[in-house]
Design a binder for this molecule. Structure first.
Ligand code: SF4
Length: 175
């Protein structure tokens, strides 16, 4: 379905209205951009940080069965106090994007080939080791993201600075 500004706003309004009946703060439900009809009380809300940027907004994700079906800002989060930007409102929907990568890709004979994550990680490890052996510890670096959680960043810093011994750690998109 093509998303236009008009049907995006309409979808938000429809779904917000459905969920607002059960809560002070509006949420957005989504199912291929169509309003969904869930029985009252069937959504379980769980806290999570928004992973879309580094601001650190708190989200509540509505889960029905085993699927995330709605999202709203966490009113008890001191960062966003129940509000979200449009990226936060779609940060759960992207879990179900049809074009979402579900495996690693490795270039083989000039073509990107779907590859099991373990095989791809083993390749990265081998290549890193070869680079360090040939050119020294500063031949490698890690490029992180605002989507890193604190444990992600801690593990990356420990590994690169403490284990490998390089300061080449970039934790966000500042290249
Ligand atoms: S809701 Fe928006 S501003 Fe807040 S963390 Fe998510 S993407 Fe960043």
């Amino acid at each position: 379905m093509t998303i236009t500004r008009r049907n995006f706003i309409r979808s938000m309004a429809l779904n917000s209205a459905a969920i607002a009946a059960a809560t002070m703060f509006p949420g957005i439900s989504f199912a291929s951009w169509k309003p969904i009809d869930l029985p009252a009380g069937s959504i379980q809300w769980s806290k999570t940080p928004c992973r879309f940027c580094g601001t650190g907004c708190g989200l509540l994700v509505g889960v029905s069965g085993e699927k995330a079906v709605a999202v709203k800002g966490d009113p008890n989060c001191s960062v966003n106090k129940g509000l979200c930007c449009v990226k936060g409102y779609h940060s759960v929907q992207i879990l179900y994007g049809k074009d979402r990568f579900k495996t690693a890709y490795v270039r083989k004979n000039g073509k990107m080939v779907p590859t099991p994550i373990k095989e791809a990680l083993d390749l990265v490890a081998r290549q890193m080791k070869a680079s360090i052996d040939e050119k020294g510890k500063d031949a490698v670096s890690i490029y992180g993201s605002g989507q890193w959680s604190i444990p992600d960043g801690y593990a990356a810093s420990k590994f690169f600075k403490g284990c490998i011994g390089t300061n080449n750690v970039e934790a966000n998109a500042r290249l």
